[in-house]
Ligand binder design. Sequence first.
Ligand code: MN
Length: 356
Amino acid sequence: MAIGEFSERSGLSRRRLRSYAAAGLLVPVAVDSGSGYRYYAADQLGRARAIDALRRAGIPLADVAEVLRDPSSGLLGRWSDRVAAEAKTRQEALLLARRLLGVDTETDRTGDREGREGKEPMMHLQPYGRSETGPVREGNQDAWVGTGRLVAVADGMGASPGGDTAASLALAIVDAAFAGGSSQELAAAARAANRAVFERASSSKRLEGMGTTLCAAGLTEDGHLAFANVGDSRAYLVKGGIATCVTDDHSVTAEMVRRGELTEVEAVGHPHRRVLTRAVGIGPAADVDVFVEPADVGDRVVLCTDGLFNEVPIEAMVSAMERAGEAPGIADDLVGQAVAHGGHDNVTVVVAEVCT
Ligand code: MN
């Protein structure tokens, strides 16, 4: 059956199905080479639901693969013990917090329910970013920005000083133009960044041909996370402990994978994997992808440049993003893994927690 029907019958979004396919957990039985349409067999429904249940239980991708290989390995029992222990620890901490704050348990719970009628009014982002040149490249043309309402990464291209100029200019414009209004405002900010970079490139011989990727996530006043993307930097959203890639890469190989002309595995070593099909600043108008997700306290946004996912295997990346812990530890870990795998490109990771 086509991916649409399979998505409906399994209850899993197409995006989620694509991410399971990318991780090698649930590979479509056929891909139409003309339309890129993916086809699944009816007997894959059970496996799809099982994978999703394991993910909703908070089990990382690497362990899901292990459980599917050998369901009776005892891994499920160990996870069950761990979930019970974590729930107990958190309940005890909550009780202690209530006692310390002098909050009566019953009134506190009623207040909680009333408070959830509207969206959390005081949510903000707590960002931490890390950017490394790596041992191979001469300079760093990646850049990032992080505030209480916006995080963004940019991977500049063009001979120095073009690449750095394009990346930092795009980020400055997005930061200035997005005030936390709406996803449309974020898309408009990305288009404004495109115009600014294009005009600057057109007015200077030294900067001619410069451009940049741009991947931004902003908190909007109605309690959503808006994502805007041009190029092949990526945004992941970790919700309920599960990381999902929100954006589509605008590269030659990623488009070929979406059309079914190349498998995810073939794309990894493909010579054209760094050739972009869209970028900020190379034309008067940019085509900006926009995605919107509800924001909840505890959500984690992870932005990265291609220097991360071209080096680190997807399973290791996703496991690091889903780990409990603070943003700095996670960003440092991911950047450290990219450098340890060779660090052939500049690598930038921004991790932001949604907080009250
Ligand atoms: Mn790069």
